[in-house]
Ligand binder design. Structure first.
Ligand SMILES: [Zn+2]
Length: 288
């Protein structure tokens, strides 16, 4: 099953579901994540994709957790077209399981701020933020949406990390009651939420995004499934763009790189390494 996101509406509610196992594994292998980082990055990328699903084409979103935990900053960029990239400050964090016997993402993230930036293309980007609730990512995003954007919602995110630090299953959902939602609708949603399995277990059981959404909307008479979007990990970096970053360095720094005769620059978002020869560095120096 390829990674995908499904949008659906029913009476008084909008629901998005996503399966993200492959793209989470791509992030894990690109950044060599240990389990805590794997789960934190996987949940954050999945959450960013779900929030991005509300945007218009060519817009984008950045979700950033700036906590005081050992993971450092956890960041993901996503677009409504289903493209995501992300990274963790310290991917090699090792923590004991938490009191529920689960990977301690909250301990890894720590306390601090969660911020969400929307890039609309036309206007200046808009950033909102609020304090991290428990660092488990999904609760933090739910509370952020409520406090900062006055949007009551429910976000569920899960990454099942198996042997070899690989994600066996990953996915998420995003439920937004519409302003006209009745008490009955809210009560049914709450009941369904309390009864469903964790989203990573639903994915592990082979459920696709549509099946996850239909589980969350059990009891709703008419569910309208809208577009399905394929999802993937992809970075916009290129040698040209990295060259532009080198150009923005101070002249003396660029000169000393050119003297070394070689430079390797790593894109922190995707881990891709770019090599620059002495000649290329000299050419950059001349452009400057
Ligand atoms: Zn990159």
């Amino acid at each position: 099953m390829r990674d995908h996101l499904v949008r659906a509406v029913a009476e008084g509610v909008r629901v998005y579901g996503a399966v993200t196992t492959d793209l989470v594994n791509e992030g894990i292998s690109r950044h060599d994540c240990y389990p805590v980082a794997a789960a934190a990055l996987g949940r954050t990328m999945t959450g960013a994709l779900l929030l991005a699903a509300n945007l218009k084409n060519r817009e984008a979103i950045t979700v950033k957790f700036s906590g005081d935990g050992p993971l450092g900053t956890v960041t993901a960029d996503a677009t409504p077209e289903g493209i995501v990239r992300g990274y963790v400050g310290n991917p090699h964090v090792d923590l004991p399981l938490n009191s529920h016997g689960k990977i301690d993402v909250g301990g890894g993230v720590g306390r601090g701020l969660v911020s969400v930036t929307r890039f609309t293309g036309l206007k200046e980007p808009v950033t909102g933020s609020c304090e991290i609730t428990d660092g488990e990512i999904a609760n933090d995003l739910t509370r952020y949406l409520f406090l900062s954007e006055q949007t009551p919602s429910s976000v569920g995110l899960g990454v099942l990390v198996g042997k070899d630090f690989e994600a066996e299953a990953a996915g998420g959902f995003f439920i937004q009651p519409l302003p006209d939602a009745t008490e009955d609708v809210l009560a049914q949603l709450e009941k369904n939420l309390s009864e469903v399995r964790s989203v990573s277990h639903m994915v592990a059981a082979g459920m696709d995004a549509k099946a996850i959404v239909s589980e969350l909307l059990r009891g709703f008479p008419a569910v309208d499934y809208l577009a399905t979007t394929e999802l993937s990990f992809r970075c916009q970096c290129s040698k040209k763009r990295i060259g532009e970053v080198l150009l923005s360095l101070g002249r003396s720094e660029l000169e000393s790189l050119a003297e070394d005769g070689h430079a390797e620059v790593c894109c922190h978002f995707c881990g891709e390494r770019y090599q620059f020869s002495g000649e290329e560095l000299k050419a950059l120096l001349e452009m400057r």
